[in-house]
Design a protein around this ligand. Structure first.
Ligand code: AMP
Length: 289
């Protein structure tokens, strides 16, 4: 595995693979790698891409009161994980390499950033869109792999790529879960044993939706959100932030019966203590995927 610390080194390395006729797959991460990240690497492997994994805790996407400073940065462990996963290139620049000067140029995204996590994290998705656009220009991959755990992020990035005519294909990868249903997340490490015990009930609440839909074939989004909110509020130690239903990937409000929507998402955010967890499910013609 080649570990690149500078943009120049990364460009030269990727160029050499391209000269051999290889396709490049980019897997963006903020490190503290877990099985969820590895599943993205496997998707790139299956497509036959040279796997380029970036590990960069992007300061632009953290709000002033968020966990940028305490975000885990276990670099040695991440290098081991990437080596074990047979990644060809690890891009691990420091902040001064990526942002030698304060930015005066950013990518601003409207509409699809106004709801869900964007409602309480106003600069978050502009920070994501800016770093993703910058890294796309550095790496120039054919494909970029994103996890559906962060479904709004996928929707925002797809929109940026479309609006700016960037030539990269976004590959949506399914959320990988622990055996008890909890979605893998770098933030799970913050949970106390007691919180960890109750956290899988978030996904269990999303799974109960199947039964609700079969009992309410003409059910509408507000009624479903109310019901799911009730289930989540009953989880010990859990504080609900939001339950929202939108069309996907356009993230428009759902009017009328859910059964009439070709593709919709139900997304939740909740905290256990100071640890914020998100999860979601996507439904195609009310068939979950
Ligand atoms: P992060 O390091 O949290 O920025 O995540 C990097 C990428 O990994 C994003 O595209 C995430 O959506 C994806 N990811 C995180 N957790 C999971 C998971 N449990 N299953 C699949 N993808 C994930």
């Amino acid at each position: 595995m080649i570990v690149c610390r500078t943009i120049a080194q990364l460009r030269t390395t990727v160029e050499a693979y391209r000269a051999q006729g290889r396709t490049i797959g980019w897997i963006p991460t903020m490190g503290a790698l877990h099985a969820g990240h590895e599943s993205l690497i496997h998707c790139a492997r299956e497509a036959g891409d040279v796997a380029v994994v970036s590990v960069f805790v992007n300061p632009l996407q953290f709000g002033p009161s968020e966990d940028y400073a305490r975000y885990p940065r276990p670099e040695a462990q991440d290098l081991q994980t990437l080596t074990r996963a047979h990644v060809e290139v690890a891009f691990m620049p420091d902040v001064a390499e990526v942002f030698p000067r304060p930015l005066v140029t950013t990518v601003h995204v409207e509409e699809c950033t106004a709801m869900m996590c964007g409602a309480s994290r106003p600069a978050h998705f502009d920070g994501v869109a800016t770093i993703v656009t910058k890294f796309l220009h550095i790496i120039c991959p054919q494909r970029a792999y994103f996890g559906m755990k962060d479904a709004q992020q996928v929707a925002v990035i797809q929109r940026v790529i479309e609006d700016l005519s960037l030539s990269v294909t976004v590959v949506r990868c399914p959320t990988l879960r622990e055996a008890d249903g909890l979605a893998y997340s770098s933030r799970n490490a913050y949970l106390s044993p007691e919180q960890r015990k109750h956290a899988p009930q978030l996904y269990a609440s999303l799974q109960r939706i199947d039964e609700w839909l079969s009992m309410h074939p003409q059910g509408e989004a507000p009624a479903l959100c109310e019901e799911v909110a009730r289930w989540i509020q009953a989880i010990p130690g859990c504080m609900l932030h939001y339950v929202e239903v939108h069309t996907y990937p356009d993230l428009r409000p759902v009017g009328g019966a859910l059964a009439h929507e070709p593709c919709w998402i139900i997304a939740i955010a909740a905290t256990f203590g100071t640890t914020r967890l998100i999860d979601n499910r996507l439904f195609h013609h009310t068939v979950p995927s």
